[in-house]
Design a protein around this ligand. Structure first.
Ligand code: EPZ
Length: 423
């Protein structure tokens, strides 16, 4: 397995291009299943998760062509051959569950393997299933699959009250509701920019949607959806990740395509920690205001709160801050696996349940560490940028799921980083 070797190399300088959002693309791609006309996505990120979703859609008979080095995905679901998403694909990526809503809405039935848990938590899909039941679907869970069936006349509009915010359940319900008969209201819906991006794409396909970006979304079902071409929104998590690079090791970096409104809560925390963020015509320019950042407390929340997908990366920064920070992880039950790896680099972190207390140290020290999940892997690279000596990150396949060309992007601003093929 490949490894990434990072050597602390002082301040960074230059520009980093930010790609299209993985978590928008992973819900925009299944939207092709809602229509028999072509759906083309531009600004798509080149990631292994996107290739996994491509394989899943192709297993259903959809056509998916990756053009322009993977930045354009030309898709068509005109001639689907199956409505069954097999375990051997679904187990690789839980976002596969997002084919269930579109298949159920367009064909009236679907069998989708339950995704199973992952490193950061059990990650059930009960809210997805409750939403489909509210639209009249019958769901039967057996042999590890969800067997879903719509009423004879197709899904019916309904009221879906989410007991707590779920990004994926909101996306699945939103897609299904576009073809349900009548009106569907999603209450306590997720407000993430990726939801807004999905709604904008569905509207281009002919869907009637109001309220995306707020906690109540209303959808008037239509008989069919057409094709569209849609540009994937900028990846706010990749953006936040690279904004932390100059914050942790000094210098100034411009993240191309970045917008503050994608990450307002995160930018507020950076400001409080002593990191300046300036909007430029091309993106966001980030620099540390003085020699060392200050400790800040962080609690992860659904959008517009501080994103859970940036918690690990922020922890890496706070390991080097002046003072003690408290990080509370409120979204997932096991999302501190990067902490023991950071401790190997000399960080002082006490984890109790969903709370991590980080006492900043002057300098981290390079060490061999292991990536445990997608965002943890990149937090170790950030720590390595600021550490004294060499950090060797193993199991970097986690990284390939969500970050394209990390070595190229970081070495482009002066980082000493290379990827070596594993034994
Ligand atoms: C999406 O996951 C993202 N993934 C995650 O990003 C992100 O961390 C998460 O939203 C929260 O923002 C994609 O978009 C592909 P949820 P999702 O449903 O939809 C529980 C990354 O690093 N829950 O909002 O699965 C769940 O276990 C990934 O890019 C239920 O209990 O997240 C979690 O504790 C990681 N039942 C909480 O809700 C359900 O039916 C929030 O999950 C659904 C969720």
């Amino acid at each position: 397995m490949d490894q990434i070797i990072v050597t602390g190399n002082g301040p960074l300088s230059g520009q980093i291009p930010i790609a299209g959002a993985k978590n928008a693309c992973l819900t925009l791609m299944p939207a092709t299943l809602l229509s028999d006309e072509p759906l083309t996505l531009t600004n798509a990120p080149r990631l292994s998760d996107i290739r996994t979703m491509t394989t899943l859609l192709q297993s259903l008979g959809a056509e998916v062509q990756a053009l322009q080095d993977g930045q354009v995905l030309a898709m068509s679901s005109h001639d689907l051959t199956s409505t069954r998403a097999d375990y051997d694909i679904v187990r690789k990526m839980r976002a596969s569950i997002l084919v269930l809503g579109p298949l159920l809405a367009r064909f009236g039935h679907a069998e989708v393997s339950l995704p199973g848990g992952c490193a950061i938590g059990a990650r059930p899909v009960d809210l997805h299933l409750k939403a489909f039941e509210a639209m009249g679907a019958e769901l039967d869970l057996r042999d590890g699959y969800v067997h879903a069936k719509a009423p004879a006349g197709g899904l019916k509009g309904g009221i879906v009250e989410f007991p707590f915010v779920s990004v994926g359940a909101t996306e699945n319900a939103l897609m299904a509701a576009t073809l349900a008969k009548g009106t569907t209201v999603l209450k306590n819906a997720a407000r993430e920019p990726e939801i807004v991006d999905l709604a904008e794409c569905l509207r281009r396909m002919g869907a009637q949607i109001e309220g995306e970006g707020t906690s109540e979304i209303t959808i008037q079902g239509v008989d069919r959806l057409g094709g569209a071409t849609h540009r994937v929104v900028t990846d706010r998590i990749e953006l936040g990740t690279y904004m932390l690079a100059p914050a942790i090791c000094g210098g100034e970096v411009e993240c191309l395509g970045g917008k503050i409104d994608l990450l307002a809560a995160f930018c507020e925390k950076l400001d409080a920690a002593g990191v300046s963020v300036e909007e430029t015509p091309n993106g966001l320019k980030v620099a540390r205001k003085n020699g060392r950042v200050s400790a800040v407390d962080v609690t992860t929340e659904p959008f517009p709160g501080f994103p859970t997908d940036l918690q690990a990366q922020m922890m890496a920064l706070l390991c080097t801050a002046e003072g003690t920070s408290v990080l509370e992880e409120k979204i997932f039950e096991n999302r501190f696996m990067h902490a023991p790896e950071l401790v190997r680099m000399g960080a002082k972190i006490d984890v109790h349940g969903g709370t991590a207390k980080v006492t900043g140290v002057n300098r981290l020290r390079g060490a061999p560490v292991m990536a445990t999940d997608l965002r943890a892997s990149v937090s170790l690279i950030l720590a390595g940028l600021a550490a004294e000596g060499e950090t060797i990150v193993s199991r970097v396949y986690h990284l390939d799921r969500g970050y394209e060309h990390v070595v190229r992007k970081l070495s482009g601003v002066g980082a000493k980083i290379e990827r070596v093929s594993g034994q």
